[in-house]
Write a protein of this length. Sequence first.
Length: 549
Amino acid sequence: FAIKTADEVPNWSGISNIPSRATTQESTPPAAITNFAATVSTSTSVTLTWTAPGDDSLTGTAAQYDIRYSASTITEANWASVNQATGEPAPKAAGSAETFAVSGLSPNTTYYFAIKTADEVPNWSGISNIPSQATTQETTPPAAITNFATTVATNSSITLIWTAPGDDSLSGTASQYDIRYSTSTITDANWASAAQVSGEPAPKASGNVETFTVTNLANGTTYYFAIKTADEVPNWSALSNVVERITLDQIAPARINDLTAEPGLSPGEITLTWTATGDDSIFGTATSYILRYSTGPVSDTTWHAAIPYGNTPVPTPSGTVQSMTIAGLNPGQVYYMALNVRDEMLNESGPSNSSSAAAQLDFVLDFGDEQVAMVSPVRGSELRSSHPALVVNNINSNAGNLYHFEVAVDSFFMNVIAVSPPVFQEEGPTTSWKVSHKLSSGQNYFWRVRANEYSYDEISYFSLNPTPHVYPNPFRPIVDASATFTDIPVGSKVVLVSVSGTVVREWNNVSSEEFTWDGTNESGQPIASGTYLWYVSSTNINDKIVIIR
């Protein structure tokens, strides 16, 4: 500080000495805000209001605000550790209304808020009152993906590609993907039953390219894929476009190793039998066979030099037995055969084991012999009964003719399993013999017949798929002494009922696969003509029988 003095003229004195002194530090802070309030909220923001205090308590204009928020209440003790808002407004003059929106919050969450005010020193006010407010539930889902596509496929995986949508339609970053696949097309109706992949990537920001590889898929199989996206709520997008892709089939069918060749039934024929392998090694069903034959062994090295034979059968499922007959060969000539198996992708197994047989010789009847014409079963037929009836045409009208039937498991009849006694010719055009020996399923059977002392000539064959049934059907008690139930599970209960459901006869705990019935009811009385139903209790085996009196 300095001073000068003047008289009335005025004449001024010189300057005085210059003393100095510092003012004291201001120590009055702004007043604590007491009307801090949380008003409007959205899913990600809350708007706050309050009245501005002053620089010194409630006068003047303060210098800055510090607004903080937390998902739990705020105190002086935890003030420094809670979230601080950014972009708070500069304080207005004391008494003015203030407003500010805190953004970047999580949906459906309750937040607590507090504010402090500072002057220019800064002297900070005390903590305000602590209002709370919940953000609303977010309802805008990510947009549905429309460019879902496939890129690379291997025999067990397919790679998918798409553009990331957003958290809210096409904005922001979503929270999760759900990718599903099926061997049939995917719709909203069957979405829940489609297989869900694991390990989907975390979504990138909207507009970025995403890729994902689905593994452990089946070889050579068509798969359909679809995707949905969710935000943090989660709100799920609609179903994407559905894409399809076939995994590569790089697995060849397994080689056949049990090919068996034997002479056929007619001159110049060889019959082959084998077990089908599969489309992929020993699984599934292959697409086609390639057969080659030669007068010498057929191997990998001689395969292409052997003669191809067309008209091979269509492969059946893996593990099933197949057979075919090759015709037009030189009778008595030994031929070597091999089969190659091919799938739909032209993957080939390689030649099977090489099996050989002599083509069937041309049988010549002795002079005066008469040939017996076979009627049934027709060649190659599959029969229901394990005791089939063999039927031939009568050679002439002589009732004294005798017929001799044989059944074997090989066309040479080296292993004959059933031989008939001499069967007298029956009235009418045909004579038959029912095989008394029980035959098994899954086996080809060869049969032949001769009349009187004539030579055997033609050979036929059949296979069995026995099913429970009754014969003869229709049953004529005046002609046949009994009807036979055959191929019935031992120990089961068989029930015969009328078409109205009335029980006619029951057989409990049957002790054999076959039993006979004389056409009577439980009381031993003959039942009337008509159609009756029968079934095996506790199974799905059922059929009908017609009675004609």
